[in-house]
Write a protein that binds this ligand. Sequence first.
Ligand SMILES: *[C@@H]1O[C@H](CO)[C@@H](O)[C@H](O)[C@H]1NC(C)=O
Ligand SMILES: *[C@@H]1O[C@H](CO)[C@@H](O)[C@H](O)[C@H]1NC(C)=O
Ligand SMILES: *[C@@H]1O[C@H](CO)[C@@H](O)[C@H](O)[C@H]1NC(C)=O
Ligand SMILES: *[C@@H]1O[C@H](CO)[C@@H](O)[C@H](O)[C@H]1NC(C)=O
Length: 347
Amino acid sequence: MSSWSPQRNQSPGGLSSHLSRTLFLLLLSVVSAQDVTPNPDTCLVFHSINGSSVSCHPPAKLPHRLPADTVYLVVEFFNLTQLRADTLQGASNLQELHLSTNQLESLSPKFLLPVPLLKVLDLTRNALTRLPPGLFRVSAALHTLVLKENRLEILEPSWLQGLQALGHLDLSGNRLQTLPPGLLANFTSLHILDLSNNQLKTLPPDLLRGPLQLERLHLEGNRLRVLGEGLLTPQPDLRYLFLNDNRLATVAAGAFQGLRQLDMLDLSNNLLTAVPKGLWTSLGQPTRDMKDGFDISGNPWICDEKLDDLYGWLMANRDKMFSQNATRCAGPEASKGQKLLEAAKPH
Ligand SMILES: *[C@@H]1O[C@H](CO)[C@@H](O)[C@H](O)[C@H]1NC(C)=O
Ligand SMILES: *[C@@H]1O[C@H](CO)[C@@H](O)[C@H](O)[C@H]1NC(C)=O
Ligand SMILES: *[C@@H]1O[C@H](CO)[C@@H](O)[C@H](O)[C@H]1NC(C)=O
Ligand SMILES: *[C@@H]1O[C@H](CO)[C@@H](O)[C@H](O)[C@H]1NC(C)=O
């Protein structure tokens, strides 16, 4: 604890003599001006011209007070169930906060009030079932919010209120079954949205009517059955689209319309037997041409004339097709087990 006294943090002279002795220490971190070997009971503190980075892992004891110039704070792997509401008090320059792999069940609505400059909040692998409304009321600078692998079953728009710069939202690995309308309405600069590995059966049709610059959309590992006409249409910049490992049996003919920048599409491991005419024609054209590939394997394709449209597209784009050996016909009887690419070859 003593290493958190303000005097210690304001003695850069002693610190720099150590730094000049070995670059290794500079890269690792400096526990204090006096200690050369890190003490496992204290957090590692690295002072730089930009401010202090504080990194705490077990068995270190958590600091009572953070250096006032802390810009980067890691408190991971402690299994903490609670954090005091004033944990961040006095660290008004904090920009990144990493709290992954604890057991946090809730957060105080006042938790982030002392840190209005926060840009990154990582809460991966905790036990959150909800967020307090107002948590982000001063978080206008926050651009990355990671809530991966928590226990969220629902989300309410009020929980995210105040976020104005959100670019990356990760809600993967929760227990979400539905999403409320208007959830992302204010997040015009969102470019990565990860909803993978939840239990979503449907999505609100207006889900993406806020974001204007979405580049990556992760919907894999849910229970989606239908991909409707309008969901993706406001997203001309979408480059990576993950829809694999759902239960998609129906994709609307216009579902991919307007995806002019698509580099990658994963539709593997769904329940597709056929797709409507015209679905593929717009894909990736004309600028990108699906350069990072596509995957339609693991679907029970019925290889009859209803797939003619897909066949034509496949032949033209086969060099970008992943899992060709696992992309096979489930019917009709005569074609069962045949590779889709073989069925697609002009006879
Ligand atoms: C300090 O911040 C500047 C600008 O963000 C960055 O380029 C530089 O690498 C940082 N220096 C250190 C030691 O972190
Ligand atoms: C946290 O919990 C895990 C799993 O129960 C355990 O292996 C680990 O030792 C715990 N860590 C601490 C710091 O208590
Ligand atoms: C979106 O922003 C407006 C204006 O700041 C606000 O009134 C509204 O409550 C916000 N909506 C959501 C869902 O946060
Ligand atoms: C292709 O898949 C079949 C069965 O689905 C398997 O027996 C064969 O080894 C695979 N071939 C290659 C080259 O992976």
